[in-house]
Ligand binder design. Structure first.
Ligand code: C2E
Ligand code: CA
Ligand code: CA
Length: 667
């Protein structure tokens, strides 16, 4: 660049850096009032020392006109200051300042020099001093705006140095030299300062960009490219705040894939990842405008439907979304089929805060998963009542004296071929002084959610085993464990320790865990089951067939028994698919050489059907309802009597358990 080019750039405003413009305007804004104050006060002081000697037009008129001009500038600054600062506005302010610096600088200079002929030596010295000191103050104040500072220096100092340099007065010549040197040094410092200021702004811009990038990445799910959990909750907050302001509604949703885990287990994580990416793509492409989708983790997604829809409309939208997700996924080497269950919660009806809305959407999702897999459920008053009930149970449970209030009922498991009880399943019962008898389906769920289940299990295992001590030595007991009970080796060790102290031989115990517990953390479940095996106990997979059934689970876990869920039995006599499923599961157990217990047998027809399919271990109301510990001895004695009677009459074993043990009221 030529010297002239360089000088030209020094005098130009850098339009290409908007951030610099804004920073300059902001920095300069703070100094504007000070600068005009100095300029005007000094001008009035100079006018005052010339009151007697110079014409009034100069001593009064000059400062008045200059004050007016300064006031106009100040006013225009003030007006611009009140508006939000952007690059255009900053450029306008700064260009105006550069122009004003030239015009006002020249005007002040001309005015002060015009006083020169009227004064004596003192007054002339005052003029030189006034000009030098005022311009230095101005250069300081204009430091962030290089062109303005340079222009002021040029239009004021250059004429002044020339004027006094050629005045013929040695003192003034010396002053001219002094001022020229000071001005030169100040310009150098000004240039350095300005460059540093520009660099600082550039560094700040760069840092901001990096932090924006970081922020973007920190809010993005790296696999699917969707917003992540953190961003989701921030968005819910924002959307809710906006909807509240505008007095309208919206919906917060949670989506969970059904059948994702089996795909992941069977075809590997890479395939699972592809599937999730495709789900993300479908959510993004879902052409309902108001939908915001984020990945919360695993196979769980968060949704915001930012529109005041009716309940029917939002359900319809949920249904369409479910339909989209149900379409087959063509992945490398496999075509997978999964579904999505969705829970939705309306704002403001369902909740007021992001947490509340999410929690309730999650509750609605839980309902969808339990009752309407692959569909969308909208949180409503019924759920609200459920939640109140659950929280009542949770609170009562927290206050409960577990040892006194918890007890156990035992339900026989029969070997129907031999016609005898081989084990009892221990089933928890809670008689709460506050709530009365609470069904296990309710309080076990509540305890699982609150985490109290671990303490409850300890009490139940102790109670169950102390009952077992009075049973015949060949009678086994089946004990239910929850996800939380096997979620860490510490809790597993605690259970093992209770068994060790119970004086019941571990080989008489079966520990039942559900498929859901296995799916939750497969490796941990396997380690827990292995620990029970090492102790000498046996293990059973409960409620088989209704969870995320995967043959892999059965194959890879150290299991001794499967328990076929009652839901397959209830319609086995008139629903062909149920019959086929039970047949397959029995076959599977035979192949794996593990036992199989069929649960929920209620009728003779069901029992006969199951027998014809090859089932022998059965449990259900047909044989006996769960009974208190005190009834077990009578039950076993009755069974022996029945057997002897049967042998005597040589009758086929077809016991009428029901008649002998009034079945009512025990369950
Ligand atoms: P589960 O482990 O599947 O237990 C079998 C359930 O089926 C018991 O319900 C039992 O009373 C019921 N049942 C037995 N025969 C029949 C029948 O013929 N027809 C029908 N409809 N039902 C039958 P219960 O005692 O209400 O327990 C419900 C669930 O609560 C249990 O299901 C189990 O998941 C849980 N649970 C019970 N006790 C415990 C426990 O001590 N610990 C844990 N973690 N869970 C428990
Ligand atoms: Ca069970
Ligand atoms: Ca079961």
């Amino acid at each position: 660049m030529t010297i002239i080019g360089k000088i030209a750039t020094m005098f130009a405003i850098r339009k290409e850096q908007p951030e610099l413009l804004i920073a300059q305007a902001k920095a300069f804004s703070r100094q504007v009032p000070m600068m005009y104050l100095v300029v005007l006060v000094n001008a009035f002081a100079l006018a005052y020392t010339h009151l007697e000697s110079a014409p009034k037009a100069l001593t009064f008129g000059g400062p008045l006109v200059l004050t007016l001009a300064c006031a106009v500038r100040m006013l225009s600054w003030w007006r611009l200051r009140e508006q939000a600062m952007d690059a255009d506005r900053a450029l306008k302010m700064l260009s105006g300042t550069v122009r004003a610096a030239g015009v006002l600088g020249a005007a002040f200079m001309a005015w002060s020099l015009s006083l020169y002929p009227y004064g004596d030596a003192y007054q002339q010295a005052h003029i030189a001093f006034y000009m030098a000191i005022t311009v230095i103050a101005c250069i300081f104040c204009l430091m962030h705006l290089r062109p303005a500072a340079l222009i002021v220096t040029a239009v004021v100092l250059a004429p002044m140095v020339l004027f006094f340099g050629f005045s013929g007065q040695t003192v003034f010549q010396a002053i001219a030299v002094n001022v020229a040197i000071v001005a030169a040094v100040m310009i150098v410092i000004l240039l350095i300062h300005y460059r540093e200021f520009a660099d600082l702004v550039a560094a700040r811009v760069e840092a901001q960009k990096l932090s924006d990038d970081n922020d973007r990445l920190a809010n993005l799910d790296s696999l699917t490219g969707l917003p992540n959990r953190r961003r989701f909750f921030r968005e819910v907050d924002l959307h809710v705040a906006r909807a509240r302001e505008e007095g309208r509604g919206l919906f917060v949703g949670v989506l969970d894939l059904d059948g994702f885990k089996p795909v992941n287990d069977a075809f590997g994580h890479a395939t699972g990842d592809r599937l999730l990416i495709e789900v993300g793509r479908r959510l993004e492409a879902f052409d309902a405008r108001p939908l915001f989708a984020a990945r919360l983790g695993g196979d769980e997604f968060g949704l915001i439907i930012d529109a005041s829809l009716t309940a029917d409309e939002v359900r319809q939208l949920g249904r369409s979304l479910c339909d989209v997700l149900r379409q087959p996924y063509r992945l490398p080497g496999v075509t997978a089929q999964v579904a999505g269950s969705i829970g939705l919660c309306p704002f403001p009806a369902g909740g007021d805060t992001a947490e509340q809305l999410f929690e309730r959407a999650d509750y609605a999702l839980y309902h969808a998963k339990q009752n309407l897999k692959g569909s969308a459920v909208l949180f409503d008053e019924r759920h609200e009542a459920d939640i109140r009930e659950i929280s009542r149970v949770e609170q009562a449970l927290r206050r409960a004296d577990l040892v006194r209030e918890m007890h156990i009922h035992f339900q026989p498991i029969l070997d129907t071929a031999g016609g005898r009880t081989v084990a009892f399943e221990a089933l928890a019962r809670w008689s709460s002084p506050e709530l009365g008898d609470v069904p296990p389906g309710v309080f076990i769920n509540a305890a699982e959610r609150s985490g109290q289940i671990v303490q409850i299990t300890r009490v139940l295992v102790q109670k169950a085993l102390s009952a077992v001590r009075n049973w015949p030595m060949d009678m086994r007991v089946s004990i239910n464990l929850s996800v939380r009970d096997i979620a860490s080796m510490e809790t597993v060790e605690e259970i093992i320790e209770i068994v060790r102290q119970s004086q019941v031989a571990p080989h008489r115990i079966d520990f039942e865990i559900t498929e859901t517990a296995v799916v939750n953390d497969f490796d941990q479940a396997r380690a827990a089951l292995a620990a029970f095996h090492a102790l000498g106990a046996r293990t059973a997979l409960d409620d088989f067939g209704i969870g995320h059934s995967s043959l892999n689970h059965v194959r890879l876990l150290p299991l001794d028994k499967l328990k076929i869920d009652a839901s397959f039995v209830s319609d086995i006599d008139h629903h062909r698919p149920s019959e086929d499923i039970v047949k397959t599961m029995l076959e599977l157990c035979r192949n794996l050489r593990i036992d199989c217990v069929v649960e929920g047998v209620e009728t003779d027809v069901q029992r006969d059907k199951l027998t014809s399919l090859g089932a022998s271990y059965m449990q259900g109301y047909l044989f006996a309802r769960p009974m208190p510990a005190s009834a077990v001895a009578d039950w076993l004695a009755g069974e022996s009597r029945r057997k002897i009677r049967a042998q005597r009459t040589k009758a086929v074993v077809r016991p009428a358990w029901d008649e002998e043990f009034g079945l009512q009221g025990l369950g």
